[in-house]
Write a protein that binds this ligand. Structure first.
Ligand code: ATP
Ligand code: MG
Length: 547
């Protein structure tokens, strides 16, 4: 793949213009207006009811930053690893650490010792912040980390001989310590990409990267066009804070505008339905699979969603038709559904849909955020496509683009070319009004006799079959065609008599010959997905090779 492209061809610029970037650290920026909502709730655990006001959070973070430096051997610049479920204390751990000049990495608490050790070794973690339920896991990982200092066990017992500190040592100190000066160009967090297409990579995001991305969402014209949230909104989310969408576009963004966030440590239909009724959220942050749950679950009724007037969806393709199905379910259309597109490497936002987006553009992930440039290059020759409606790989430039992959200049130069364009690995096209449509990932396109087949396109089609609850398509190896599309389908309750033939009969007349499900159709109990809703296609491929 060519890493550089000629600069003479068309570059798309955001229709929103530019944003000014304050020279602030992430914590300074996020809590700049917190005094205005000091006594209002900031974060509540939807399951336990444990809640913190903005005033409490700010105070605990400031004290925490000092205590961290006073009570441990950590020094500014050291890395701290969060092994936490979605609890309100996640924010305390993040902002106390950042204010102490530490660099934060966070991981999925469902990871194995092996996966966690790989990430925390790569990030050179010296301290793990965790909760009693995960303490054993944390200690098993800590054992193999060089230069490890201590573990902080939030809500649990300290154990000085094992270098386990309680929350107390994170929030109080007698010693007088000065906080270091942190620059906005310093690295703030080291999130790891989801690992959908390979081993997760450590992504270096500076304070400025994260601040800019929130500023881009708060651009006055864009705010006017996206039906903005205010401090009066109540948001419900179960999306992980240990993923860039939950971390910056939900947790930090909502704190910046003083909104109340109700979070859940893990998803169960019963807890989610209970939170809908109990907290009457005005806003839901979802991924497509969660929207599908709201549409299809028989116990979710219009009454449960009566308070909701805004939905934000991102992280994975929102299949065409899902939005219509949702409106049908709730029996009204006065609830805006905003779609965002982005990735770990871009802090995460690249595009967003305005709420007055014409219906004909349904399925688009919107337009470029302010200060963001894009170009689309041909998949085979790398030349800029330069015209609407023609697919290619999306390249972006903007202040939200990462500083690089951690300790991996080779991987960095594979994605950031010599002209500073970041190669997203996503296949997209834009229309005449510069609305973007994500087709697939370059790595996930199925190649049938030299033709490219989009698994997402076939999945959208399969979801139109009455009785299909969920679907995923992968390419399976074939000695003649190279690859062939194979579908995995979850049937809705009551549709057990759906057959392979009936699925094939539905798809075949609607697609070009090479797109037919010639690799077969298999019915499964569930489609494997990661916590941010992405289909784990490699797992499905492995399933095929075992058969
Ligand atoms: P890895 O890079 O380690 O393989 P990953 O790309 O899944 O993992 P993330 O940074 O979490 O890691 O995900 C970003 C990707 O998610 C994007 O490149 C894109 O493929 C997909 N994505 C995000 N938002 C959307 C959206 N609105 N529509 C379609 N796809 C999306
Ligand atoms: Mg990626």
């Amino acid at each position: 793949k060519p890493r550089t492209c000629s600069s003479s061809v068309k570059v798309l610029k955001s229709v929103y213009g530019e944003v000014d970037v304050p020279e602030q650290t992430l914590s300074q920026f996020v809590f700049a207006d917190a005094h205005k909502w000091r006594d209002l709730p900031a974060l509540t655990c939807g399951v336990s009811g444990r809640s913190y006001t903005y005033g409490m959070i700010q105070q605990l973070c400031q004290r925490g930053a000092r205590a961290l430096l006073a009570n441990t051997d950590l020094e500014p610049g050291d890395r701290i690893g969060l092994l936490l479920p979605n609890v309100p204390e996640f924010t305390l751990a993040v902002h106390a650490s950042l204010q102490a000049g530490l660099v934060v990495t966070y991981a999925n608490p469902l990871f194995t010792v092996h996966e966690l050790t790989r990430q925390f070794t790569s990030a050179k973690v010296r301290c793990i912040v965790t909760v009693p339920q995960l303490l054993e896991l944390a200690q098993a990982v800590a054992k193999s980390l060089p230069a490890y200092d201590c573990t902080i066990n939030i809500g649990g017992e300290p154990s000085p001989q094992n270098k386990i500190l309680g929350l107390e040592s994170l929030t109080s100190t007698e010693k007088k310590v000065d906080l270091p000066e942190v620059r906005s160009s310093d690295i703030a967090v080291l999130p790891y990409s989801s690992g959908t297409t390979g081993v997760p990579k450590g992504v270096m995001l500076s304070h400025r990267n994260l601040v800019v991305n929130i500023m881009q969402l708060l651009h006055p014209q864009l705010v006017e066009e996206t039906d903005p949230l205010t401090f009066q909104d109540v948001s419900l989310t179960v999306l992980p804070f240990f993923h860039i969408y939950g971390f910056n576009a939900i947790l930090n963004y909502l704190a910046k505008i003083g909104s109340h966030l109700v979070s859940m440590p893990k998803f169960t239909p019963q807890d989610y339905i209970k939170c809908l009724l109990e907290y009457q959220p005005t806003v839901l942050f979802v991924v497509p699979s969660l929207l599908l749950f709201l549409i299809t679950h028989p116990e979710v009724t219009p009454r449960h969603l009566a308070s909701v007037n805004k939905i934000f969806c991102g992280a994975a393709p929102l299949k065409k038709g899902l939005i219509d199905q949702f409106y049908e379910k709730i029996g009204r259309t006065d609830c805006t559904i905003t779609q965002g597109y982005g990735m770990t490497e871009t802090s995460p936002g690249i595009t967003i849909t305005p709420y007055n987006m014409p219906y004909s553009k349904s399925g688009s992930c919107g337009r470029l955020l302010p200060s963001t440039l894009a170009r689309v290059i041909d998949l085979s020759d790398g030349h800029v496509v330069g015209v609407p409606n023609r697919p290619g790989e999306l390249l972006v430039k903007g202040p939200q683009v990462m500083q690089g992959y951690l300790d991996n200049p080779g991987a960095t130069s594979d994605v950031i070319d010599t002209h500073g364009w970041f190669h997203t690995g996503d296949v997209v096209y834009y229309d005449e009004e510069e609305y973007f449509y994500i087709i697939d990932r370059t790595k996930e396109l199925i190649k049938v006799k030299g033709n490219q087949v989009s698994p997402t396109e076939l999945e959208s089609l399969l979801l139109e079959i009455p009785g299909v609850a969920d679907a995923a398509v992968v390419g399976i190896p074939d000695s003649f065609a190279g690859e062939l599309p194979k579908a995995f389908i979850v049937r809705k309750p009551g549709f057990d008599d759906m057959t392979v033939d009936s699925v094939q009969d539905f798809v075949t007349p609607k697609v070009a010959t090479y797109k037919k499900l010639a690799g077969g159709v298999e019915f499964v109990e569930a489609i494997p997905r990661n916590p941010s809703g992405k289909i784990l296609r490699n797992e499905l491929k492995n399933l095929c090779s075992q058969n």
